[in-house]
Design a protein around this ligand. Structure first.
Ligand code: NAG
Ligand code: NAG
Ligand code: NAG
Ligand code: NAG
Ligand code: NAG
Length: 609
């Protein structure tokens, strides 16, 4: 992410990178097993497979020469690989003397001459020489519009140097993680060959990784040798078009790159891409070869006229023999995923059976569990709730609801979810009741009641809360009386059950059936009023009066008499399901709890230690 060719820009960014570099004296490993590259990916997945190198250059001829030489010397295993060189024009400064302009013209001629003379036997070579200076953002963004889903672009800035092995590795990676359906994931937007270095959500702190992880996924784009997959890149270009044209700024609070944007504005492109990736929940593939090695290194050259060169950020992975097998790519399911905080995420946890639910809740390594019901929640409200949970660090949650598409998206983003339709079809009948053909309300009741039953059985104290509430500060109210096992709120769906033998005796499969049957009666009697109170009402009907929270201790209800935010120390903010999303938004904004933007993405990245 290094803007180039502009004095102020280069110096500032180089300074910040040099300080990062000092911090990054990464200790190396000395793993000793030896093996050589065995796989030569010569067969193309299909006849349209196209690989294009996009070299972005400006005014650094020596850097460009080194870069092109390394590209030309790489092993392409006989594949046709195209080279596109995008030469930005120099800037004509106001009041430049003729001699300055003459030397700039001469420099440009030399660069074009170099590009013309470089032999490229591997495929087409195309040179795009700009008529005016466009800067780094346009150089990147205009570098590519994929002409098919089988076209891949590898973007290389001119102060990079590539390992001779880089193409073989990328080809293997494309075959494995793009063309092999068993290892493909649409959330992956490409691969970076640079050594992973910093955590964008933590002030750019040095990234720490264990020695064993060779390939992993991380949300951050790496601009020193980035392979782009066609579909996400097209999607990004369209997103950028719309948002930029409408005057949106790519602000994402908590990210070091947002600070860069505030300083450099439209001269850099990464804040836009990062904002897009964050809103979509996409990931990039990275390598970790230990001992500061990488397949692409940046020499971090200063602009020709300014500052000093810092030198390579890593050491180039040289030709074989290596101390590991470069082309041994683990199955996707074995890779670790890291978000912008470099915290591990666990995408794809969807429970379609109680066994799967067990493994999801076990993976949370907590003794309390929060089940959040999104049955009566709009998507915006749900996404805003999630931003609040992320901010407050309440992460031992599992979502259940009726909108399968939303739930699967949450799972893709790393949340545990329950697919209630699958749960029901895997379970089938509950006694005489054919769950598959019951009304939604009955199915919903059965699903909630059985989730609680199972979680208690698994040994977890369990909360069930509605999506139309937000735990304030990440905590939920404690039981008013610690010797009681079950607490229910009155007008709001909130329930807490302790996993004790006595509560397991009450909340057993008989009871689940009783709840479902009661919901059927309620529905048959067409009591809309009761339906709205739903689950808590059913508990009261079937269990009788038990320990209850009173309203004041549960939290604060939004509405006519909502107090000023400063007066509220409530642990929970909640509202009527009938309240419109727009008025919920207005009220929550007063509390600083409306944390999504127009696209329903969180406005900040909040990292915890
Ligand atoms: C990585 O390996 C090296 C050498 O084997 C060792 O000194 C270092 O502590 C390891 N680092 C981590 C994070 O495991
Ligand atoms: C260049 O100079 C002209 C005349 O002095 C002025 O009008 C113009 O704004 C200047 N342009 C830039 C980019 O500074
Ligand atoms: C940004 O672009 C996306 C995709 O084109 C669009 O869905 C979204 O509404 C845009 N955001 C705003 C605030 O216009
Ligand atoms: C808590 O509940 C138990 C059993 O219902 C009761 O005996 C006890 O007095 C209660 N304690 C308080 C502080 O209310
Ligand atoms: C619903 O109606 C049935 C019979 O029609 C009655 O037995 C039952 O008590 C009613 N339930 C409720 C919740 O009103």
């Amino acid at each position: 992410m290094q803007p180039k060719g502009r004095p102020l820009l280069s110096i500032l960014v180089l300074v910040s990178f040099s300080s990062l570099f000092l911090l990054f004296s990464y200790r190396s490993s000395s793993s000793s097993f030896r093996s050589s590259i065995s796989l030569s990916p010569t067969s193309n997945p299909n006849s349209r497979f196209t690989f294009i190198i996009k070299v972005l250059t400006y005014d650094r001829i020596a850097s460009l020469r080194r870069c092109l030489r390394s590209l030309a010397a790489a092993d392409y295993a006989g594949d046709r690989v195209h080279l596109h060189v995008l030469v930005d024009h120099f800037r004509v400064a106001n009041g430049s003397s003729d001699s300055t302009v003459d030397s700039q013209l001469e420099e440009s001629r030399q660069i074009l001459d170099l590009v013309d003379r470089i032999g490229w036997p591997h495929g087409e070579k195309i040179v795009h020489y700009r008529t005016a200076n466009v800067g780094l953002q346009a150089q990147w963004l205009e570098a590519w519009w994929p002409s098919s889903d089988d076209e891949f672009a590898f973007v290389v800035e001119d102060d990079l140097e590539l390992s001779p092995l880089y193409y073989k590795f990328l080809k293997g990676l494309i075959l494995k993680y793009y063309y092999d359906p068993a290892n493909f994931d649409p959330s992956i937007y490409g691969a970076s060959l640079q050594r992973p270095r910093f955590v964008a959500g933590k002030h750019g702190n040095r990234l720490q990784l264990d020695n064993e992880t060779r390939i992993f996924l991380y949300q951050l784009v790496g601009t020193w040798g980035q392979l782009l997959f066609p579909k996400p890149w097209k999607e990004f270009r369209l997103w950028y078009d719309e948002n930029k044209t409408k005057g949106i700024k790519p602000f994402l609070q908590g990210m070091v790159t947002t600070g860069w944007y505030k300083r450099f504005g439209e001269r850099i492109w990464t804040p836009w891409f990062i904002k897009f990736i964050h809103s979509r929940g996409y990931y990039n593939i990275y390598t970790n070869f230990n001992r500061e090695r990488a397949l692409s290194i940046s020499h971090r050259d200063a602009g020709v006229n300014y500052g000093k060169t810092i030198g390579p950020d890593s050491s180039l992975l040289e030709d074989e023999p290596l101390d590991f097998n470069l082309l041994e790519l683990p199955p996707l399911r074995n890779l670790k995923w890291y978000d912008f905080c470099f915290a591990e995420t666990f995408p794809g946890r969807v429970a379609g059976s109680f066994d799967e639910l067990r493994s999801i809740v076990h993976s949370m390594k907590q003794n309390k569990l929060v089940v959040i019901s999104l049955y009566q929640t709009t998507e915006k409200i749900a996404r805003n709730l999630i931003c609040n949970l992320e901010k407050d660090g309440l992460l031992n949650v599992v979502f259940v609801g009726g909108d399968t598409e939303l739930l699967l998206d949450l799972a893709r983003r790393g949340y545990g979810v329950i697919d209630s339709n699958k749960l029901i079809s895997s379970f089938g009948h509950d006694k005489s009741m054919d769950l598959q053909h019951e009304a939604d309300f009955v199915r919903e009741t059965w699903v909630k009641a059985s989730i609680i039953q199972k979680c208690l059985e698994f040994g977890y104290d369990t909360w069930l809360i509605d999506g139309n509430m937000i735990p304030n500060g990440g905590s939920l109210p404690e039981l008013p009386n610690s010797s009681c096992n079950l607490a229910v709120a009155k007008d709001v769906e909130l329930l807490f059950v302790k996993s004790r033998p006595s509560s397991l005796k009450i909340w057993n499969s008989e009871y689940v059936h009783k709840m479902a049957t009661a919901s059927k009666f309620l529905l048959a009697n067409n009591s809309q009023l009761m339906r709205d109170e739903s689950f808590m009402h059913l508990i009261a009907m079937t269990l009788g009066e038990k320990e209850r929270f009173d309203h004041s201790s549960i939290g604060l209800k939004l509405g006519d008499a909502t107090p000023k935010p400063s007066e509220s120390k409530a642990n929970i903010i909640f509202w009527d399901r009938q309240m419109t999303t727009a008025s919920v938004q207005v009220e929550l904004e007063r509390f600083g709890m409306w944390l999504i933007d127009a696209e329903s993405s969180c406005t900040s990245v909040v990292c915890r230690r």
